[in-house]
Design a protein around this ligand. Structure first.
Ligand SMILES: CC[C@@H](C(=O)O)C(=O)SCCNC(=O)CCNC(=O)[C@H](O)C(C)(C)COP(=O)(O)OP(=O)(O)OC[C@H]1O[C@@H](n2cnc3c(N)ncnc32)[C@H](O)[C@@H]1OP(=O)(O)O
Ligand SMILES: [Co+2]
Length: 140
Protein backbone atom coordinates (compact mmCIF):
# COMPACT_ATOMS: atom_id res chain seq x y z
CA UNK A 1 0.00 0.00 0.00
CA UNK A 2 1.45 3.37 -0.99
CA UNK A 3 -0.51 5.94 1.04
CA UNK A 4 -3.98 6.94 2.17
CA UNK A 5 -5.56 8.04 -1.13
CA UNK A 6 -8.78 9.40 0.32
CA UNK A 7 -11.08 9.34 3.29
CA UNK A 8 -14.75 8.86 2.40
CA UNK A 9 -17.25 10.84 4.48
CA UNK A 10 -20.97 10.03 4.38
CA UNK A 11 -23.12 13.18 4.30
CA UNK A 12 -26.82 13.88 3.96
CA UNK A 13 -26.45 17.13 1.97
CA UNK A 14 -23.34 17.35 -0.21
CA UNK A 15 -23.81 21.06 -0.96
CA UNK A 16 -23.83 22.00 2.71
CA UNK A 17 -20.98 19.55 3.49
CA UNK A 18 -18.92 20.97 0.59
CA UNK A 19 -19.19 24.48 2.03
CA UNK A 20 -18.11 23.24 5.46
CA UNK A 21 -15.08 21.33 4.10
CA UNK A 22 -14.09 24.18 1.76
CA UNK A 23 -13.93 26.44 4.82
CA UNK A 24 -12.19 23.81 6.95
CA UNK A 25 -9.47 22.97 4.40
CA UNK A 26 -9.33 26.44 2.82
CA UNK A 27 -9.51 24.89 -0.66
CA UNK A 28 -12.36 24.49 -3.18
CA UNK A 29 -14.05 21.27 -4.25
CA UNK A 30 -12.02 20.40 -7.38
CA UNK A 31 -14.31 17.76 -8.81
CA UNK A 32 -17.83 16.39 -8.46
CA UNK A 33 -18.91 13.08 -9.94
CA UNK A 34 -22.06 10.99 -9.87
CA UNK A 35 -21.28 7.25 -9.69
CA UNK A 36 -24.66 5.62 -10.28
CA UNK A 37 -23.47 2.00 -9.94
CA UNK A 38 -22.30 2.78 -6.37
CA UNK A 39 -25.42 4.87 -5.65
CA UNK A 40 -23.46 8.00 -4.76
CA UNK A 41 -22.85 11.63 -5.63
CA UNK A 42 -19.26 12.58 -4.77
CA UNK A 43 -17.29 15.80 -4.23
CA UNK A 44 -13.50 15.85 -3.85
CA UNK A 45 -11.20 18.22 -1.98
CA UNK A 46 -7.43 18.00 -1.79
CA UNK A 47 -5.88 17.93 1.70
CA UNK A 48 -2.10 17.97 1.23
CA UNK A 49 -1.14 14.66 -0.43
CA UNK A 50 -4.53 13.08 0.37
CA UNK A 51 -8.14 13.69 -0.60
CA UNK A 52 -11.46 13.99 1.14
CA UNK A 53 -14.33 12.30 -0.72
CA UNK A 54 -17.77 13.56 0.34
CA UNK A 55 -20.50 11.01 -0.42
CA UNK A 56 -24.24 11.61 -0.62
CA UNK A 57 -26.66 8.73 -1.33
CA UNK A 58 -28.55 8.80 -4.63
CA UNK A 59 -31.34 6.56 -3.26
CA UNK A 60 -32.39 4.55 -0.20
CA UNK A 61 -30.56 1.40 -1.44
CA UNK A 62 -27.22 3.20 -1.53
CA UNK A 63 -24.57 1.96 0.97
CA UNK A 64 -24.37 5.59 2.11
CA UNK A 65 -28.09 5.77 2.93
CA UNK A 66 -27.86 2.50 4.92
CA UNK A 67 -24.73 3.68 6.73
CA UNK A 68 -26.27 7.04 7.73
CA UNK A 69 -29.48 5.32 8.87
CA UNK A 70 -27.43 3.08 11.22
CA UNK A 71 -24.51 5.26 12.32
CA UNK A 72 -25.28 8.83 11.22
CA UNK A 73 -23.04 11.10 9.15
CA UNK A 74 -19.28 10.62 9.45
CA UNK A 75 -16.24 8.70 8.25
CA UNK A 76 -17.46 5.91 5.97
CA UNK A 77 -14.24 4.40 4.57
CA UNK A 78 -10.48 4.76 4.20
CA UNK A 79 -9.04 4.29 0.72
CA UNK A 80 -5.45 3.19 0.12
CA UNK A 81 -3.55 3.81 -3.09
CA UNK A 82 -2.02 0.63 -4.53
CA UNK A 83 0.23 0.09 -7.55
CA UNK A 84 -1.22 -3.28 -8.63
CA UNK A 85 -4.78 -3.74 -7.37
CA UNK A 86 -5.15 -7.31 -8.65
CA UNK A 87 -1.98 -8.42 -6.86
CA UNK A 88 -3.03 -6.58 -3.68
CA UNK A 89 -6.50 -8.19 -3.78
CA UNK A 90 -4.90 -11.65 -4.07
CA UNK A 91 -2.48 -10.89 -1.20
CA UNK A 92 -5.26 -9.68 1.11
CA UNK A 93 -7.62 -12.56 0.23
CA UNK A 94 -4.78 -14.94 1.06
CA UNK A 95 -4.43 -13.17 4.44
CA UNK A 96 -8.12 -13.85 5.21
CA UNK A 97 -9.66 -10.46 4.40
CA UNK A 98 -13.15 -10.56 2.85
CA UNK A 99 -13.16 -8.81 -0.53
CA UNK A 100 -16.50 -7.36 -1.68
CA UNK A 101 -15.83 -8.04 -5.37
CA UNK A 102 -13.82 -10.67 -7.26
CA UNK A 103 -12.54 -8.09 -9.72
CA UNK A 104 -11.68 -4.39 -9.52
CA UNK A 105 -14.59 -2.04 -10.32
CA UNK A 106 -14.61 1.45 -11.82
CA UNK A 107 -14.66 4.03 -9.02
CA UNK A 108 -14.72 7.81 -9.06
CA UNK A 109 -11.85 10.07 -10.15
CA UNK A 110 -10.49 7.59 -12.75
CA UNK A 111 -9.76 4.79 -10.28
CA UNK A 112 -10.07 1.02 -10.24
CA UNK A 113 -11.39 0.08 -6.80
CA UNK A 114 -12.15 -2.89 -4.55
CA UNK A 115 -13.70 -2.82 -1.07
CA UNK A 116 -12.84 -4.99 1.95
CA UNK A 117 -15.67 -5.87 4.33
CA UNK A 118 -15.51 -3.88 7.59
CA UNK A 119 -16.16 -7.05 9.61
CA UNK A 120 -12.77 -8.39 8.46
CA UNK A 121 -10.93 -5.08 9.12
CA UNK A 122 -11.75 -4.14 12.71
CA UNK A 123 -15.02 -2.41 11.83
CA UNK A 124 -13.55 -0.13 9.13
CA UNK A 125 -14.60 -0.33 5.48
CA UNK A 126 -11.38 -0.31 3.41
CA UNK A 127 -11.13 0.67 -0.27
CA UNK A 128 -8.16 -0.21 -2.45
CA UNK A 129 -7.65 2.08 -5.42
CA UNK A 130 -5.35 2.17 -8.38
CA UNK A 131 -5.13 4.90 -11.02
CA UNK A 132 -6.96 3.47 -14.08
CA UNK A 133 -5.03 3.36 -17.35
CA UNK A 134 -6.19 6.24 -19.58
CA UNK A 135 -7.24 5.47 -23.18
CA UNK A 136 -4.58 6.45 -25.77
CA UNK A 137 -4.72 10.07 -27.13
CA UNK A 138 -6.93 10.27 -30.22
CA UNK A 139 -8.71 6.99 -29.39
CA UNK A 140 -8.04 3.55 -30.87
C1 LIG B 1 -17.58 6.62 -5.66
C2 LIG B 1 -17.01 5.28 -5.82
C3 LIG B 1 -16.08 4.86 -4.74
C4 LIG B 1 -14.76 5.61 -4.89
O1 LIG B 1 -14.30 5.65 -6.05
O2 LIG B 1 -14.15 6.12 -3.95
C5 LIG B 1 -16.65 4.92 -3.35
O3 LIG B 1 -16.07 5.27 -2.38
S1 LIG B 1 -18.28 4.33 -3.26
C6 LIG B 1 -18.69 4.28 -1.55
C7 LIG B 1 -19.97 3.55 -1.43
N1 LIG B 1 -19.83 2.16 -1.81
C8 LIG B 1 -19.60 1.18 -0.90
O4 LIG B 1 -19.57 1.40 0.32
C9 LIG B 1 -19.39 -0.20 -1.48
C10 LIG B 1 -18.90 -1.18 -0.43
N2 LIG B 1 -19.87 -1.34 0.64
C11 LIG B 1 -20.71 -2.40 0.65
O5 LIG B 1 -20.67 -3.27 -0.20
C12 LIG B 1 -21.73 -2.44 1.77
O6 LIG B 1 -21.96 -1.16 2.28
C13 LIG B 1 -21.30 -3.38 2.95
C14 LIG B 1 -20.02 -2.89 3.64
C15 LIG B 1 -21.09 -4.83 2.44
C16 LIG B 1 -22.43 -3.40 3.97
O7 LIG B 1 -23.59 -3.71 3.27
P1 LIG B 1 -24.85 -4.45 3.91
O8 LIG B 1 -24.39 -5.71 4.57
O9 LIG B 1 -25.94 -4.56 2.93
O10 LIG B 1 -25.28 -3.33 4.93
P2 LIG B 1 -25.63 -3.35 6.42
O11 LIG B 1 -26.10 -1.98 6.68
O12 LIG B 1 -26.55 -4.49 6.73
O13 LIG B 1 -24.23 -3.56 7.15
C17 LIG B 1 -23.77 -4.80 7.63
C18 LIG B 1 -22.84 -4.52 8.80
O14 LIG B 1 -21.69 -3.77 8.33
C19 LIG B 1 -21.64 -2.51 9.03
N3 LIG B 1 -21.18 -1.48 8.09
C20 LIG B 1 -21.77 -1.15 6.93
N4 LIG B 1 -21.08 -0.18 6.32
C21 LIG B 1 -20.04 0.11 7.15
C22 LIG B 1 -18.97 1.06 7.08
N5 LIG B 1 -18.86 1.87 6.02
N6 LIG B 1 -18.08 1.08 8.07
C23 LIG B 1 -18.18 0.26 9.15
N7 LIG B 1 -19.18 -0.68 9.28
C24 LIG B 1 -20.09 -0.72 8.29
C25 LIG B 1 -23.04 -2.25 9.50
O15 LIG B 1 -23.07 -1.36 10.56
C26 LIG B 1 -23.51 -3.64 9.87
O16 LIG B 1 -22.96 -3.99 11.11
P3 LIG B 1 -23.87 -4.70 12.21
O17 LIG B 1 -25.04 -3.77 12.44
O18 LIG B 1 -22.96 -4.84 13.40
O19 LIG B 1 -24.27 -6.02 11.61
CO1 LIG C 1 -14.07 6.06 -1.89
Amino acid sequence: MNKVEHIGIAVTDIKIASLIYEKLLNTPVYKTERVAREGVQTAFLQAGPNKIELLQALDDDSPIAKFIAKKGEGIHHIAFDVTDIVAEMARLKNQGFVLLSDEPKRGADNKLVCFIHPKSANGVLIELCQEAPRPPEGGV
